[in-house]
Design a binder for this molecule. Structure first.
Ligand SMILES: *Cc1c(COP(=O)(O)O)cnc(C)c1O
Length: 356
């Protein structure tokens, strides 16, 4: 159990208009911080006013990128309760990322207590308009003021909160995806399965290229042969081919194991669908498109939940999926997941946790 001290802001900020939240633009009044020193462990858990951090310019995070983050949401139900969606999964993944980046683990019960206490303290910031939620961003940085590449001895664990709008104010629209054949995001043995800021730094160039060509996201291929599909932007990816649903397997460690991905697989199997986690080549998907068996494709992630794919571009070879419209399986997953998250549908898997 953490003994969290609270230093409250004198006057709370005015809340933003819930129609104009967007994503990650506004932050709540307070944040959670806990420090780590080797030999001492994690110490001084506190909730303090949201403010700038003070770090040495020599802090190791600035030079060697020893940083990890997580992302989850708190949802307000129609009867005013606040729900978290599978926070244990995010915390487990946080510690897996920590292991890969040589960052000390945090006791899962302490991490959950920190998230719950902060969200509860900021509960008036959880918006109630349809489709809106409070995005929770925990992260850890190496703070040693020392140059020279080594594992840091000091860290800071921070949680900030941001009220966010509906990802699809106009309803779910399929997006156009550019298949990246030059740059790669991750390789076997690398950090693909870790939620590390460095992975994003390396992916920006591909995203920039896609943007210029009018595509919403990049489809990343395996880092060795540029043949097999890994994931799309910051989302995992699924294809409906014939009677089967395919998603890349996590075996090579180059894919981020999404909580939304795992939840979709469980839901689909509970509805009787065949879901195969295996290697999927771009050629196989293009072949399925040509012979008419490719029915839908979609990305999955906390931010958008389900993001249908309307078009794929592989070096100028363009295919359209489901006539550029959302398919029935994408829609069913979206309705059920969001239904559980906002407490509108029965939580048969016991996925949600009430904040208080
Ligand atoms: C966070 C993330 C996802 C989605 O994970 P969720 O837990 O479903 O939000 C997928 N891919 C990458 C690269 C990510 O960083």
């Amino acid at each position: 159990m953490l003994n969290i001290r609270i230093d409250s802001i004198a006057q709370r900020k005015e809340k933003p208009d819930s129609d104009k939240l967007g994503f990650g633009k506004y932050f709540t009044d307070h944040m959670f911080i806990m420090d780590y020193a080797e030999g001492k462990g994690w110490y001084d858990p506190r909730i303090i006013p949201f403010s700038d951090l003070s770090l040495s310019p020599a802090a190791m995070v600035f030079h060697y990128g020893q940083e990890m983050f997580e992302g989850l949401k708190a949802y307000r139900t129609s009867d005013g309760k606040i729900l978290l969606f599978r926070p244990d999964k995010n915390i487990e993944r946080m510690n897996n990322t920590n292991d890969r980046l040589c960052i000390p683990r945090i006791d899962p019960a302490d991490a959950l207590q920190a998230i719950r206490t902060l969200v509860d303290y900021e509960r008036e910031w959880v918006p109630d308009k349809e489709g809106t939620s409070l995005y929770i961003r925990p992260f850890i940085i190496a703070t040693d003021a020392a140059l020279g590449v080594h594992v840091a001895h000091n860290y800071m664990f921070v949680i900030i909160l941001s009220p966010v709008g509906s990802y699809y104010p106009q309803g779910i629209n399929p997006v156009k995806i550019y298949i990246e054949t030059e740059y790669v995001r991750a390789v076997k043995g690398g950090t693909g399965r870790a939620k590390a800021g460095g992975n994003y730094a390396a992916s920006l160039i591909g995203q920039q290229k896609a943007d210029k060509l009018g595509y919403a996201q990049v489809l990343w291929l395996d880092g060795i042969g540029h043949k097999y599909i890994d994931e799309v932007g910051a989302m995992n990816v699924f294809f409906v081919v014939g009677e089967e649903i395919l998603t890349p397997s996590l075996d090579d460690g180059s894919i981020l194991p999404g909580v939304t991905r795992a939840s979709c697989i469980e839901l689909l199997r509970s509805w009787g669908y065949d879901v195969a986690e295996r290697k999927i080549s771009v050629d196989e998907i293009y072949e399925a498109s040509k012979n008419g068996s490719l029915k839908e494709a979609f990305g999955t992630g906390t931010a958008a939940v389900i993001s249908p794919i309307g078009e794929l571009n592989n070096d100028g070879d363009i295919i359209t999926l489901n006539n550029g419209k959302i398919g029935p399986i994408s829609q069913k997953l979206y309705d059920n997941l969001t239904g559980i998250q906002w407490g509108k549908k029965e939580d048969i898997f016991d996925w949600t946790l009430t904040v208080r």
